[in-house]
Design a protein around this ligand. Structure first.
Ligand SMILES: O=c1ccn([C@@H]2O[C@H](COP(=O)(O)O)[C@@H](O)[C@H]2O)c(=O)[nH]1
Length: 247
């Protein structure tokens, strides 16, 4: 397993409503950050061309589309997103094992037919905006939110997925349950100087990397900063300054 630098472990969430702003930000970060996350807001405004533009600029793309549908439909969507050469995409674990299996299989089949790398397929567990009480009282899932995430991670692994999206608080439990090769992609990342906004289960970049996160997803702490590039560099400096934070 190759050791990655902190910058390689940070995915920047390009949550913009237009392609120009997204590409401008990506361009400003291009000498440090390797992977950009494209979500539904930007994708619906730009269309798939945003993926081509980011690839042309040399970025890897995490397509955060969170598929959740019947297995056949998710397999079709996985086939389509794979044909754009993305590095990673995700599906909701709540769709079940068969749905996740079909997503991964479709990704493998399409990537092999195109002779490209098979994308990492990642399962979304409990959203990082979900609190204990929202999960229990609104959604109606009983038990502890952390335990629910770990049981979803086990299901994702059983289905052959490469890892899960979870909060920083569950990294250690996922590693114990699924092993250290199973990827943990962690949003809800907040440096001490950033607002929590709508995120509930948050952690600082340094804490999450210390806990063993494979990747951090960071949006507003960078994109809403007065100087996004300075914010990204500050995060990298904080992480690098914390000895032993990087595995
Ligand atoms: O559980 C989840 C799954 C996905 N996300 C996405 O990550 C970013 C986080 O952005 P911030 O501005 O740093 O809060 C955003 O694109 C979400 O859609 C998540 O936050 N939690």
């Amino acid at each position: 397993m190759t050791t990655q630098s902190p910058a390689e472990k940070i995915f920047v969430a390009l949550d913009y409503d237009n392609m120009d702003d997204a590409l401008r930000l990506a361009d400003r970060l291009g000498d440090t950050i390797r992977t950009m996350k494209v979500g539904l807001q930007l994708f619906f405004k730009s269309g798939p061309v945003i993926l081509d533009r980011l690839h042309d600029m040399g970025f890897q793309v995490f397509m955060d589309c969170k598929f959740h549908d019947i297995p056949n439909t998710v397999a079709g969507a996985s086939d389509s997103v794979t044909s754009h050469g993305v590095y990673m995409f995700n599906v909701h674990v709540g769709g079940g094992v068969e749905m996740m299996r079909r997503a991964k299989q479709a990704a493998i089949t399409r990537a092999e037919s195109l002779g490209i790398a098979v994308p990492k397929v990642i399962g979304v567990t409990q959203l990082t905006s979900t609190t204990q009480s929202v999960m229990n009282d609104e959604i109606g899932i009983l038990g502890d939110v952390g335990e629910s995430v770990i049981s979803y991670a086990r299901l994702a692994q059983q289905a052959g997925l490469d890892g899960v999206v979870a909060s920083g608080h569950e990294i250690q439990g996922i590693r114990e349950a699924c092993g250290s090769d199973f990827l943990t992609v962690i949003p809800g990342i907040r440096p001490t100087w950033a607002e929590a906004n709508d995120q509930a289960r948050i952690m600082t970049p340094t804490e999450a990397l210390r806990a063993g996160a494979s990747y951090l997803v960071i949006g507003r702490a960078i994109t809403h900063a007065d100087d996004p590039r300075a914010a990204a560099l500050r995060i990298l400096e904080e992480v690098q300054a914390s000895e032993g934070a990087i595995s």
